[in-house]
Design a protein around this ligand. Structure first.
Ligand code: GLY
Length: 426
């Protein structure tokens, strides 16, 4: 067995690409190093130098990496990955955490992901792609009573409608096709959702703690789908062998298949799963850390984050060993702007005495106006809590929101409640 890396790396210059709560959590986990972020948000300036650079431009990001002489570049969101930013950086000699453009197709193209899963023997929902308005009705006949209708372009987890209302399913399909993207209809997978993030370096897979997101906007899993309204980790209801089964049955076969196809994966592979009667079934893959689960998961990570990300970026993950975690639980609750997700209102004043403490509040859609914070996006910030029990972690996260003021802002009040009440059954 190889020895586990135990020492923190020397101070590094690290460039993080992105602007959300996930990237703020990454910066917080990397604090102590010289940090740069692009394009960033208003709350990140306490941890990193913020550079107003177009994150989706391979040329602009490579120029910035040269300017700051980055030793490691960490790419947060999917859009730069699918745009080939990691390829441009690697071509220029940088160590990059984030898959190549070709490998990021696991998120960028649902059809590619389904093909990889079929070759790798991974269990997933059956799916039909629809590209023409007059095909929608016939395709819907093959599904139901629960309809899963996905935008097959990049939608950051926000292009999915799950509904029992056939007309609502058809309306979403029409809207996606009119916007120029294909639609994917999928069979509904029964069972509670699991997000498992894995560091992947070729065939080496190192899992993080399993987490659960809450995708609907309102309490009781009502309202429209969002990017995620809150999350908790680990999952008290997941079988003891849950993570090892997901790694062995899903992530390792996919990692091997990617190597066999000559597009080895190097970055974070996010398996979005339903835990059904037979165990894990893949809902989707993402080529990046999830948001907001990352905010909770990284709150428990004891292994220096820079060691873990650098090991992937330098092709040495096999030498890292398992990650170390704090005991207990972590939770995050998203404060969203009025009108989110359809039409979030921006520019409202945001106040609170904890807004500059990233161990308590992580910024997502925030901006600065005349020296004060204002809302600048739909998901405005994430409150964080950790505790010996899940109930304590959730209570600590909600306590952080008590002093925060945002006109019209709202948050779900039932994050992790089903898990705390033992109401999640397998
Ligand atoms: N947690 C949902 C996402 O990151 O897409």
């Amino acid at each position: 067995m190889l020895p586990q890396a135990t020492c923190r790396l020397e101070l590094m210059r690290i460039l993080v690409i992105g602007s959300g709560g996930r990237e703020h959590a990454l910066l917080h986990g990397l604090s102590g190093h010289e940090l740069h972020v692009a394009p960033g948000n208003a709350g990140m300036a306490t941890l990193a130098q913020v550079h107003p650079v177009d994150a989706a431009s391979p040329e602009a990001v490579t120029r910035l990496a040269r300017e700051v002489d980055a030793e490691l570049v960490v790419i947060g969101p999917e859009i730069p990955l699918v745009a080939g930013v990691s390829d441009a950086l690697r071509g220029a000699g940088f160590n990059v955490f984030g898959p190549s453009q070709a490998a990021a197709q696991l998120e960028g193209s649902k059809a590619f992901a389904k093909d990889v899963m079929a070759s790798a023997g991974v269990f997933t929902a059956s799916a039909t792609q629809v590209t023409a308005l007059d095909e929608i009705d016939a395709a819907l006949d093959g599904y139901g009573p629960h309809y899963v209708v996905k935008d097959d372009g990049l939608a950051g987890g926000k292009g999915v409608v799950v509904t029992d209302d056939r007309e609502a399913a058809a309306a979403h399909a029409r809207a996606v096709i009119k916007a120029g993207n294909p639609v994917l209809l999928e069979s509904f997978l029964e069972g509670p959702e699991v997000s498992l993030f894995c560091l992947v370096d070729g065939e080496t897979v190192v899992p993080l703690l399993p987490a659960q997101d809450h995708k609907r906007a309102y309490d009781g899993d009502l309202g429209p789908n969002t990017g995620g309204m809150g999350a908790y980790t680990p999952l008290p209801w997941l079988p003891a062998d849950g993570v090892s089964r997901i790694v062995a049955e899903v992530v390792e076969p996919v990692a091997r298949e990617m190597v066999a196809r000559g597009i080895a994966y190097q970055g974070l592979l996010y398996a979005g799963l339903a835990w059904g009667p037979e165990g894990p079934a893949v809902v989707e893959f993402n080529a990046r850390f999830g948001d907001p689960e990352t905010q909770a998961v990284l709150a428990l990570l004891e292994t220096p984050l820079a060691d873990a990300l650098n090991a992937v970026a330098t092709g040495t993950l096999a030498q890292l060993g398992p990650l170390r975690w704090a005991e207990g639980y972590a939770a995050t609750v998203v404060l969203a702007a009025e009108g989110y997700p359809e039409s979030p209102r921006k520019g409202d004043a945001l106040s609170g005495d904890n807004l500059d403490d990233p161990s308590r509040i992580l910024h997502a859609g925030t901006a600065s106006r005349d020296g004060v914070y204002v809302s600048g996006g739909g998901r405005v910030l994430n409150a964080l809590g950790v505790g010996a029990t899940l109930a304590e972690a959730v209570e600590a996260a909600y306590a952080q929101l008590e002093g925060v003021e945002l006109q019209g802002g709202f948050f779900r009040r039932d994050i992790a409640r089903a898990a705390i009440e033992g109401a999640i059954s397998l």
